[in-house]
Design a protein around this ligand. Structure first.
Ligand code: F6P
Length: 319
């Protein structure tokens, strides 16, 4: 393969830049011409393509966000959009594509690969919600950002004996809430995968903290109920008042952790290795600390579930 393109799509995740750097530098090292496509899939349709040299990705390994930027595209989900994208890629001499992003991005990658355009996907999303993938790029950084805030909030909550509701990201996936709840010692964790538990948890909160605890840290994933609505409900039904902190986009920004940088560097290099070996239609990941790949077909026939044992454990540890 002589010329490979790279793009980031969907919501940004810390570590995307480290992945871009690895893809570009591995390609160049192997004598391949590398191009960056700006603004995600929309950039293929608009042909916002730029040549990448080793220096183009200098000093980005530590930066959050994505230098290639990201944008939503309705058109790329259509058959015509995908065909146009493939024509544009070919016209620009691009023979293969590395797509860095979450579920939606990888679904488009799967469609392009099905239409015989060589594509490899790199999973990058703070949600960590991709089947088979033990850890996506960005999850570790977002988790550590949340924990930093949870610890700070606990300092002040314990000083004033005031409960705190912390709303974290996760529209459909509760991994960030679950992991940060366990790591931050939260008394209660509310996640989209456990909708049926909400009533029980709310009743538990209304009864007040167990033992002689005088305050609680409650972590809620935005996809199940907003922190503000939960607080209003607790106030109305039990006269309980908590402080609410919505962490919002603070969780997506910031310098990637060393773990995310290493993960991104390894997956980026492996993506190029696969494309160079004429492989396509695959997602790369680490398994037992070794790079592996899964076909898009097998990935998207599965649902990613939360780790039930972690959820149970968090309940046992908060007595
Ligand atoms: O998918 C990444 C993510 O950050 C989710 O965790 C979150 O629910 C969503 O994106 C937020 O999207 P937006 O930036 O559009 O509010």
């Amino acid at each position: 393969m002589d010329r490979i393109g790279v793009l980031t799509s969907g919501e940004d995740a810390p570590g995307m830049n480290a992945a871009i750097r690895s893809v570009v530098r591995t390609g160049l090292y192997d004598g391949i011409e590398m191009v960056g496509i700006k603004y995600g899939f929309q950039g293929i349709l608009d042909e916002t393509v730029e040549q990448m040299e080793a220096a183009s990705v200098g000093s980005i390994i530590q930066r959050g966000g994505t230098i290639l930027q990201s944008r939503r595209s309705e058109e790329i989900s259509t058959e015509e959009g995908q065909q146009k994208a493939i024509n544009n890629l070919k016209r620009n001499g691009i023979e293969g594509l590395v797509i860095i992003g979450g579920r939606d991005a990888l679904k488009v990658a799967a469609e392009l690969a099905r239409k015989e355009f060589p594509c490899i996907g790199i999973p990058a999303t703070i949600d960590n919600d991709i089947p088979f993938v033990e850890e996506t790029i960005g999850f570790d950084t977002a988790l550590n950002t949340i924990i930093d805030y949870v610890d700070r909030i606990r300092d002040t909550a314990s000083s004033h004996e005031k409960s705190s509701i912390i709303e974290v990201m996760g529209r459909d996936a509760g991994n960030l809430a679950l992991w940060s709840g366990l790591a931050g010692g939260a008394e209660n964790i509310l996640i989209p995968e456990k909708k049926d538990d909400v009533e029980t948890i709310v009743e538990q909160i209304k009864r007040g903290p167990s033992r002689d605890k005088r305050y609680s840290i409650i972590i809620v994933a935005e996809g199940i109920v907003s922190g503000i609505d939960l607080n209003a409900r607790l106030k109305e039904e039990a006269g309980l008042e908590s402080r609410v902190t919505v962490l919002g986009h603070t969780q997506r920004g910031g310098a990637p952790t060393a773990r995310d940088r290493v993960l991104a560097s390894r997956l980026g290099a492996y993506a190029i290795e696969l494309l160079s070996n004429q492989e396509s239609g695959k997602l790369v990941a680490l398994k037992d600390s070794k790079p592996v790949s899964y076909s898009f077909e097998e990935v998207f026939t599965q649902e990613r579930h939360i780790d039930e044992s972690m959820y149970d454990l968090s309940g046992r540890l908060s007595i």
